[in-house]
Structures are given as structure tokens and as C-alpha cells.
Design a protein around this ligand. Structure first.
Ligand code: SF4
Length: 253
């Protein structure tokens, strides 16, 4: 069962579950003369951050749960990311980090994790997991344009813009579009589970959703939101790849 190895973070909280010999390792990264201090000029040693990282490391080492309430300025994201990455790499594990807000998810994805990736010099892999409906379906896009489904000029303009964007986007997600699509447009071009042909689809080999899912399976860290995490629980693990530990940040939400 997944939940017997979970790490729960309440935003200001972290509840963890699981672990190994990481407790002693984290100081090498977060202490005054640690790797991050040497690599990042403005890095500041924070005793509470080190204490939290050691507690998280211990949980990974001993395979149990932990709840942490971290005050402002603790640097809680690094306090759980560093031990999680070390553990995942050392023991070939997969850790899910679940957030409630998009703001925190973006901070992790576009700041904290890339920073660690660059500075730790550890080749870990990470991926953002979104619900399937967030991905463009190339087959449905083609069908929608052939069928001439739209009556409004704005819909046609958005369709054209989506065609242009297909050549640029890496992941084909709605959030990657430079504009908010009309619901009438996205409903006709987004992935719909019941209409997806999977391996029988003519565009399966280039399908954004399935390409992204492959990345999820190879990643050490998966970034999700609470909604997707519990959709996975409700579907008996059908949404996410099998994982070894979970950290809930903003767990009070
Ligand atoms: S595999 Fe499914 S989601 Fe992907 S393009 Fe084909 S129908 Fe759309």
C-alpha cells in the first residue's frame, strides 16, 4: 500500500513516511561549508532547515511517518527536497511531492528543483504530473480542424494559434499555451479518456500525454497536486506510476 510510506507535508507542515541513511548526509549539502553554500553565493545556513532535513532524512532511513510544522523562513522546500533526492538516487526510488497551490508547484518546478539540479550535480530526474485532460490530443486537434466545429471568430483564431503552438510546446499542456483557451475549444482538442485510442491512435508515437507519462515512469521526483494524488488513490493507482514515498506540502489544505 502506498500510504504506509508516505511523507506528509503541511505547507507549513510536512508529514513524511519512509526512509534510509540520509539523515547524516543532508548536512553535507545544507550546512555552512556544504555543497549548496559553496555553490550558491547567497545561500544562508539555517539551523531549522538542517534540523528539518535531518528529521526528513531519518524518516526515509527508518521508513516511518513524520509531520513537520515549519515556520516562515525555514526553507522547508529544500529541507525535504534534498533528502528526498538523495534517497531516491541512492536507492533508486520514486518520491511524489504533492502541493495544494499552483504557486508552490511552480516555485518547486521553476526555481527550487532546477536550482538543486544545477547545484547538487546529481543526475536526478523529475517530472510534473497533470491530469490527462490538461494535454492536447493531436488526433482530436486534427479532427476538430477538419470538421469545422467552430462558429465564433475567436474560436477559429485560437485553433490557428494552437496549431502554431504545436510546433513549439514541449509538453502540450493547456498551461503551456500563451493564452487561456475557450472551454468550447479545449473541450474539442484536449485529451478525453473515453475517446483516446491509445496505441491504436495514428499519432500515438508523438502524443504529448503518453510521452509525458513515459517521463513520469523514469523520474525520481514526481510533482503533483493533492487532487491528482487522491485521484490516483481513488483509482487504485491507475493515474501515477508506482512510487515509494510521498511528501504532502501544504498538507493542511
Ligand atoms: S493517443 Fe489518445 S490522447 Fe494521444 S493523440 Fe491519440 S487519441 Fe489523443
Amino acid at each position: 500500500m502506498l500510504l504506509n510510506r508516505e511523507i506528509t507535508l503541511f505547507s507549513d507542515f510536512v508529514h513524511i513516511t519512509y526512509l534510509i541513511v540520509i539523515e547524516k548526509e543532508v548536512r553535507k549539502y545544507l550546512d555552512e561549508d556544504g555543497f549548496l553554500s559553496k555553490a550558491i553565493k547567497e545561500f544562508e545556513r539555517r539551523p531549522q532547515q538542517i534540523a528539518m532535513a535531518e528529521a526528513v532524512g531519518k524518516v526515509f532511513d527508518e521508513e516511518h511517518h513524520l509531520i513537520v510544522e515549519a515556520g516562515t523562513g525555514t526553507g522547508k522546500s529544500l529541507a525535504y527536497l534534498v533528502p528526498a533526492i538523495l534517497w531516491a538516487i541512492k536507492f533508486n526510488k520514486k518520491v511524489v511531492v504533492s502541493t495544494y497551490t499552483k504557486t508552490l508547484q511552480e516555485q518547486l518546478l521553476y526555481h527550487d528543483i532546477p536550482l538543486l539540479y544545477e547545484k547538487l550535480k546529481i543526475p536526478f530526474r523529475y517530472a510534473l504530473c497533470l491530469g490527462h485532460e490538461n494535454y492536447l490530443s493531436l488526433r482530436r486537434l486534427k479532427r476538430a480542424s477538419q470538421a469545422g466545429l467552430f462558429t465564433m471568430a475567436e474560436e477559429d483564431n485560437q485553433m490557428e494559434a494552437i496549431f502554431d503552438w504545436v510546433g513549439e510546446t514541449q509538453n502540450g499542456t493547456k498551461g503551456d499555451l500563451p493564452f487561456e483557451p475557450l472551454s468550447s475549444v479545449w473541450e474539442d482538442v484536449g485529451r478525453q479518456k473515453d475517446l483516446c485510442l491509445g496505441k491504436n491512435c495514428e499519432t500515438y508515437s508523438t502524443c504529448y500525454y503518453f510521452k509525458e507519462r513515459k517521463r513520469w515512469f523514469g523520474a525520481h521526483l514526481l510533482i503533483v497536486n493533492h487532487h491528482l494524488f487522491f485521484a490516483n488513490v481513488a483509482s487504485n493507482g491507475a493515474v501515477l506510476p508506482r512510487f515509494d514515498a510521498v511528501i504532502f506540502d501544504e498538507a493542511q489544505n
